[in-house]
Structure formats: C-alpha cells, structure tokens
Design a protein around this ligand. Structure first.
Ligand SMILES: Nc1nc2c(ncn2[C@@H]2O[C@H](COP(=O)(O)OP(=O)(O)OP(=O)(O)O)[C@@H](O)[C@H]2O)c(=O)[nH]1
Ligand SMILES: [Mg+2]
Length: 146
C-alpha cells in the first residue's frame, strides 16, 4: 500500500521541517521553510506564515486537497496556539494532532498543548521529539492504519 501523504500545518518554528527530517532519517538541519515543499515525494511541509496569516488559509486548504492526512503541529514550549477552535473541521480528511519538542517541555506544557489541539478539533494526538525520536514511530505507525 502506498504510504499516506501528510501535510504539516503549524506556526513558525513549531518543528514541522525538523519532524520531516526525523521521519525521513535525515540529518537535522535548520532551514526556514519559505514556500510549500514536497519532501521526499511524500510529506507536504508548509511555512508557518501560512497558518499565521489568514490571507494564506485558502492556499493551505487547496494544498491539503493533495494530502491524505492533516497534521496540526503544536510546539509544547509555546504558551499560545495559532489554531482557532474547530480548525480541524474544515478538512474533509483525517486530522492528527502532533505535539513537538517533548524533550524540552514540562508535563504541564505537554498537557496544555494537548488541550489546544483538542480545542482545534483533533482527537488523536501524538507528543513527539524530533531530537530524541521519542513518539515518532507511534505517529508514523498511526498513519499506516488510517
Ligand atoms: N528541542 C527540540 N527542538 C526542536 C524539535 N523540533 C524542532 N526543534 C527546533 O525548533 C526550531 C524550529 O524548527 P523547524 O523544524 O525549522 O520549524 P518549522 O515549523 O519548520 O518552522 P517554519 O519553517 O518557520 O514554519 C529549530 O531550531 C529546531 O532545531 C524538537 O523535537 N526538540
Ligand atoms: Mg519549516
């Protein structure tokens, strides 16, 4: 079976690109995402600005049409969220919540991030660290059974 194609949506610096590198077993190397990128012919990486600026929301929706699953990416170390309540509901596809940077976050921060993602309308939520790899296998395994 062909691998599911996710699109990663989340604010600037949330850890989307680093997660793509981790999933693809690439060296973790910081580079700012400037435009929508198809990574390894499989994952759609987006710039944080596409979530942060409302004028880009339609572009995200159109691009999400090419994906099989939507990943809403929330940085556990951020004390705010850019996802409006019910944001997940606009995508006619499975939506998965991803909490990044669990290696540096407190339990309380991870719980807060989980709440933000629940308010955004995601039910299945995976805390991960691209630095240590924690949780990443669970996330990738879940995509396979969707
Ligand atoms: N400690 C820790 N840092 C991380 C993790 N994932 C990403 N980072 C760091 O967070 C910063 C931003 O990561 P990116 O992956 O570039 O963020 P992004 O969501 O792609 O950001 P944009 O491309 O601007 O939308 C980098 O300095 C990463 O090294 C993680 O799991 N743990
Ligand atoms: Mg990026």
């Amino acid at each position: 079976m062909k691998k599911k194609r996710p699109i990663l949506i989340g604010k600037t610096s949330a850890g989307k690109t680093t997660l793509c590198q981790c999933v693809n077993h690439e060296a973790l190397k910081y580079h700012k995402t400037q435009s929508i990128q198809l990574v390894n012919d499989q994952m759609i990486d987006t710039p944080g600005e596409y979530l942060e600026r409302r004028s880009f929301w339609d572009a995200l929706l159109v691009t999400a049409a090419d994906a099989d699953v939507i990943m809403l990416v929330q940085d556990a170390t951020e004390d705010t969220s850019m996802f409006p309540p019910g944001y997940a509901g606009q995508f006619p596809k499975p939506v998965v919540g991803v909490i990044t940077k669990r290696d540096t976050a407190t339990d309380k921060q991870i719980e807060d991030a989980r709440k933000y993602l629940e308010i955004a309308g995601t039910k299945n939520i995976f805390p991960v660290s691209s630095m240590t790899g924690e949780g990443v296998a669970d996330l990738v395994g879940y995509l396979d059974i969707l």
